[in-house]
Design a protein around this ligand. Structure first.
Ligand code: UD1
Ligand code: UDP
Length: 382
């Protein structure tokens, strides 16, 4: 029987981290002929992930521009992918999550009537503008996709509520597969400041913040709150690898430069990031991926957003929605720094997002969909 031609398409850092173990799985299985196309919506932040996981894409659209707009990303991806799909004619295109690359990848495949598989399907806030534009991207991909790989059963129920009833698989999130390969006890950082921090005596707070819906007032308030927290808690060390977006760079440096216990550093490669998280006291973030990784490592998370499409760890008690209000962020951080009981209540490892076997389930789900096996994969149970 012919091999199934499966093409993975991704472009940003988080997609690359979460697709990398799946690319490996497809390459290792004899049933698949695996192709990888990157749009390079992110350039440097994508390339570090490709290097760490030793992925050599056959196609690279190299679309990134400084201060790119949603329209330029989407149109450049659509045009580039049209050519690539015409050349390869894959049986299935796999996209991930909710970025502009994801939406354009699914739409370009649909235009050529190529089946679409959506990895990390079914996350919803039900708010069109938050996260922006991700909520609409993933909803539209849900309509375009033939296969939906949902991390959790709640994600599956979200799709069912939208009338999607076929091609659904609950697999766990591939980020947990990735996390199992990166965290080690003996890690030495390339970023020297991270080797010098005293992780026993100091309370290291890992910070990230980059979302488009936080641009403007919310991001100003978040950065002011971080500055205040650092100044009143000398026992804390804030480590913030700043996203390369010019908007984020400007705001972070304006508020946080010159504060002794704040370390603004370049984006970390994924191994450094996961190992720093494993050694941190607390995570404060608006990132989606960090909300999934930190609970698995037993680290409390304050989410710097008004809502989350990842309620599972909130329900498990390790993640709190802090919002974007200065007073509330400061209050919650103060409590976790000052009250050991409040901290301990949140600091336990939970794995609602995966068991490390998501990629195997996705590969099995593809084989089942194409009639290459009679048995669907067993659903991930959190
Ligand atoms: C994108 C995704 C967002 C995801 C985030 C992960 C969309 C609309 N947004 O947002 O869902 O959470 O990636 O980080 O798809 N830049 C560089 N080098 C890089 C990466 C970015 O210089 O390696 C700069 C460029 O100036 C670029 C800007 O950052 O124009 C913004 O990048 P973009 O992909 O448009 O938006 P993100 O905020 O990264
Ligand atoms: N990450 C990283 N280095 C950094 C910041 C984040 O490797 O400096 C990783 C993080 O561990 C997670 C992913 O990137 O796996 C999350 O990406 P990001 O926050 O950019 O996007 P989101 O998840 O919000 O879409």
């Amino acid at each position: 029987m012919d091999k199934l031609k499966v093409m993975t398409v991704f472009g940003t850092r988080p997609e690359a981290i979460k697709m990398a173990p799946l690319v490996k799985e497809l390459e290792d299985r004899p049933e698949f002929e695996s192709y990888c196309c990157v749009t390079a919506q992110h350039r440097q932040m994508l390339d570090t992930v490709l290097n760490i996981f030793r992925i050599r894409p056959q196609f690279d659209l190299d679309i990134m521009e400084k201060s790119q707009t949603l329209s330029t990303i989407t149109s450049k991806c659509l045009l580039g992918l049209e050519e690539v799909f015409r050349q390869v004619r894959p049986d299935l295109v796999l996209v991930h999550g909710d970025t502009s690359t994801t939406f354009a990848g699914a739409l370009a495949a649909f235009y050529q009537q190529i089946a679409v598989g959506h990895v990390e399907a079914g996350l919803r806030t039900w708010d069109k503008y938050s996260p922006f534009p991700e909520e609409m991207n993933r909803s539209m991909v849900g309509r375009l996709a033939d296969l939906h790989f949902c991390p959790t059963s709640a994600n599956r129920r979200n799709l069912e509520a939208e009338g999607i009833s076929k091609g659904l698989f609950v697999t766990g999130n591939t980020v947990i597969d990735a996390l199992q390969t990166t965290v080690v006890d003996w890690f030495t950082f390339d970023e020297e400041v991270l080797n010098c921090l005293d992780y026993e005596k100091k309370k290291v707070i890992l910070v990230t913040c980059h979302r488009r819906e936080n641009y403007g007032r919310p991001m100003e308030d978040i950065m002011s709150a971080l500055a205040y927290i650092a100044r009143v808690h000398p026992e804390a060390e804030l480590v913030y690898p700043v996203h390369l977006s010019p908007v984020v760079q400007e705001c972070a440096h304006r508020h946080l430069d010159g504060i002794e216990n704040v370390h603004l550093i370049a984006p970390l490669d994924v191994e450094e990031m996961h190992n720093l998280m494993a050694r941190s006291y607390l995570v404060m973030t608006d990132s989606g991926g960090l909300q999934e990784e930190a609970p698995a490592l037993g680290k409390p998370v304050l989410v710097l957003r008004k809502e989350t499409e990842r309620p599972e760890a909130v329900e498990a008690g390790t993640v709190k929605l802090a919002g974007v209000d200065y007073g509330r962020i400061v209050e919650l951080a103060d409590r976790l720094l000052d009250d050991p009981a409040a901290y301990q209540k949140m600091a336990h490892a939970v794995n609602p997002y995966g068991d490390g076997n998501a990629c195997g389930r996705i590969a099995d789900g593809i084989l089942y969909h194409f009639g290459r096996t009679d048995r669907p994969p067993e659903a991930f149970q959190s």
